[in-house]
Design a protein around this ligand. Sequence first.
Ligand code: TYD
Length: 144
Amino acid sequence: MTEAKDGRTTSVRDVRLVSLPRIDIESGSITAINSGTDVEFNIKRVYYLYDVPNRSDRGAHAHKELFQLILAASGSFEVELDDSVEKKSFILRQPDEGLLIPPGLWRDLKQFSGGAICLVLASLEYNESDYIRAKQEFLKYKKG
Ligand code: TYD
């Protein structure tokens, strides 16, 4: 299972776009995400970013153990990932498409559209000691 992956050795090539199930009915659409099946980790926490002011950037950190599935529940935004060697960028704009991010990757979230909602499903509860918030510290961490 992906959850065993060590954050020091992950690369941007481990990031995947995941197609989520959707049910389209005349009165609107539904996407349901089941822990362990539609997303391969057990979901411990759900949070969302909203009311992000124009030109605001979020993220600017890495996690040591946390897996996340990030999606645009509304609007769009860009997620730029960095493994200290390579960078990869994704634009999220579909509520039925999630970005699966393993631990050990620096992320910058930017270019939020008006009304964007960034929904995050996370494998662990909030724990500040799982964060690496300084880029220099991240580069040192990735060197082992
Ligand atoms: P942070 O993860 O740095 O936000 P982002 O990556 O979206 O820019 O968190 C911002 C603040 O919110 C920080 O003070 C910690 C707090 N926070 C919680 O208390 N619980 C949580 O689950 C999250 C994600 C953040």
